[in-house]
Structures are given as structure tokens and as C-alpha cells.
Design a protein around this ligand. Structure first.
Ligand SMILES: [Fe+2]
Length: 257
């Protein structure tokens, strides 16, 4: 039987190691948070557009997960419902920032999501059927951990490159995550849902799969921006040790654009 703090430590250890693997297999992904090179505006803006698309697409997954969680653990669903309702508005914060880069709502909404994002959403939809709401909780755990560990570096680097005005929404986002305690809250929900050993195994497998899917995202993000301009490529597609099966997507093209 695992203690709560034991699970927290193992989640942290796993995510540290998975993010290191992403940085090793797609070195350019470190460009957002560090490096001597000036932050590339096209790369940064495309990343933010995709962040917005992902927020909207995962909102659907989150809503389906709420319905599942109401049956699985009603108390957790109260927290999850509040959390996901708040997350529904976070696209607005990044939309406001993108205006300072000359990027309109029409441009954002008219940009097709990357294949990696489509794969991520298909994976989450399939996983939701297999393991229930824990699939969406694992995704939130991944992104909230990232927000706590990495986002402040990204925001500070982009503020130096552009201006504080360009990052007003992103900074508010950071503030909300910290002050509402999003990471500890999602971690608490995950621990409550993953009491059984089998569920805990599902949680860790899903986190690993998500890391693999984010690795594919950063590879594609590089290739459609910097790589396209310079003719470079982020390198051969290195397969994850356990490549996630994105399966047949119940999400139609219409829902993605
Ligand atoms: Fe958050």
C-alpha cells in the first residue's frame, strides 16, 4: 500500500525524468524556457496558439471526465467541476496576449491543430473509456506540474524578449495556478482516484504516454516553424519506449477546427 506522500514523490520523480527525456530527444523544446539564442517569435506564437487549441479541446474531455467522476467519486467531482470551469476561461488570457503579436481570434481559430494535438485528444478520449476520469486527471496533473515547474521561466524569458504587456495573460495564468493551488489540488484528486494498485498503475502509464505525446508535439512545433524556415528538422522520430496507441478518434474533424 502506498502512502499519499509516496505517490506524490513518485509522480514528481517520473515527471522530472520524462521531461528530461523530452529535452534530450527534442533539444529545441528548451528554447521556450532557456538558452542564449533570442526567443523565436514565430515559434513562441505558434506554441501559444496551440495552447489555446489544446485548452478548448481538452475542455470537452474534462466535461466527459466530470460525468464519469460523479459516478466514481462524488466528493472529488465537486473539486474537479470547479477546477475545469475555471480552466474553460484560460484560453481568453492567452488570446489577449496574442493580440500584441498581431494575432487575431480569426487567425487563432482558423489555425488547424497540429497532428500531435489531434493524437493527444484521441488518446485521452480512448483512455477515458478504458480507465475513467483518471485519464483527464493525469493530463491535468502533467500540465499543472509543468506550470508549477517551468512556466515562470517561459513567461520571464518572453517578457524580456517582448514586453510585460505581451505576457499579461500568461502571467495571470501563472498567478491563478499558484494561488488556487492547482497542482496540489489535482494531485489530491489523482491520489484519491488511484487508491487501488491497478488504478495507480494506470495513472503512471498514462503520465508516461502523455510525456511521449508532448515530445511529439514539440518535435512537430519545431518542424512547422523554425525547421520550415531553415530547412532543418528536429531529428529522426525517436520512438518512445512505450508508444501510446492513439486509437480510433471519436473526435471528428469538425470538432477539431
Ligand atoms: Fe491551472
Amino acid at each position: 500500500m502506498n502512502t499519499r506522500s509516496g505517490v506524490a514523490q513518485r509522480v514528481d520523480d517520473l515527471l522530472v525524468s520524462e521531461v528530461e527525456q523530452i529535452l534530450a530527444s527534442v533539444p529545441y523544446s528548451a528554447h521556450l524556457s532557456s538558452g542564449d539564442q533570442e526567443l523565436d517569435e514565430e515559434y513562441y506564437v505558434r506554441h501559444r496558439i496551440e495552447t489555446i487549441r489544446r485548452i478548448r479541446l481538452t475542455a470537452r474531455v474534462d466535461a466527459l471526465a466530470l460525468a464519469r467522476m460523479i459516478e466514481e467519486d462524488y466528493d472529488s467531482s465537486r473539486l474537479w467541476g470547479r477546477y475545469t470551469a475555471e480552466e474553460l476561461n484560460h484560453d481568453i488570457l492567452f488570446r489577449n496576449d496574442l493580440r500584441y503579436h498581431g494575432c487575431s481570434d480569426e487567425t487563432i481559430d482558423g489555425t488547424a491543430p497540429l497532428q500531435a494535438t489531434r493524437d493527444l485528444i484521441a488518446y485521452l478520449a480512448r483512455r477515458l473509456d478504458e480507465i475513467g476520469s483518471l485519464a483527464a486527471v493525469a493530463y491535468s496533473l502533467f500540465v499543472e506540474w509543468n506550470s508549477e515547474r517551468v512556466s515562470a521561466l517561459v513567461v520571464a524569458r518572453a517578457e524580456r524578449r517582448f514586453s510585460a504587456r505581451h505576457l499579461k495573460g500568461a502571467r495571470s495564468h501563472l498567478h491563478i495556478d499558484r494561488h488556487a493551488g492547482h497542482y496540489p489540488m489535482i494531485l489530491a484528486i489523482a491520489q484519491k482516484l488511484a487508491v487501488r494498485e491497478e488504478d495507480e498503475r494506470h495513472l503512471f502509464t498514462t503520465l508516461k504516454d502523455l510525456a511521449c505525446l508532448f515530445g511529439a508535439y514539440f518535435r512537430e512545433l519545431h518542424d512547422v516553424t523554425v525547421g520550415k524556415r531553415t530547412g532543418g528538422h528536429s531529428g529522426p522520430l525517436e520512438e518512445c519506449a512505450r508508444r501510446p496507441d492513439v486509437g480510433a478518434s471519436p473526435v471528428t474533424g469538425d470538432q477539431l477546427t
